[in-house]
Design a protein around this ligand. Sequence first.
Ligand code: PEP
Length: 234
Amino acid sequence: MKKLFLVANWKSNKTVSEAHSFMISFLNRDFITWMHSQDTDTNGNKQIVICPSFTLLAELDKLIKQHAPSFLLSLGAQNMSPFDKGPYTGEESAAQISEFAKYVILGHSERRLNFKETDQQVEEKVAIARKYQLEPIVCVQGKNTPVPQGVHIVAYEPLDAISTGQVGEPASPERAEEVAHFLKHERHIPYVLYGGSVDPSNVRQYTSLESINGVLIGGASLDPVSFSQIIQNA
Ligand code: PEP
């Protein structure tokens, strides 16, 4: 059975108390029972990753350690400083993030658009992430976005599919498969995810595709019920 990454990108949403309420609801007894049942040969294929703001990482780390098996549920950051630790006011370094997170999303289109992040910066961040054993999830917007050497997980997120501020139009499964197949076979990326307007009703259309190893979810991951439905339906 293929490995599936179900990655929540919370963007700049949730206060500590809102994140706490989400977790209490998300990690309810039925879901914990279901998660434990995943530790089998047939179902132990789903890796859930929640990527909150930096301000929430410590609190969520504590809750996850108390309530969830770490092989199944872990944390990621949504960005990272392009510099190592040191005198870089206002930046969070890979060393700091790696205290709580296993993953880091890099090169999201909202960062490229709003913060003018470049392919060169994404490459520098990938190198520093690796130094601190953080696994980068690099977002590409199409076949032409460069992928730095040694990246294992790429999320294909077509610009018109992401619901940035408005409702996006999810990519057709045929388009998602075509780009994912290219990334896997021409760029040799082991795990390709799809992202853009994924919800409980359409997630399976993507996770059932041969070249897709999971989904990156924005808006629909903010609600604990819809996020757990996505995980169960994937
Ligand atoms: C995203 O921004 O990475 C994303 C997938 O957003 P949404 O699911 O809201 O389209």
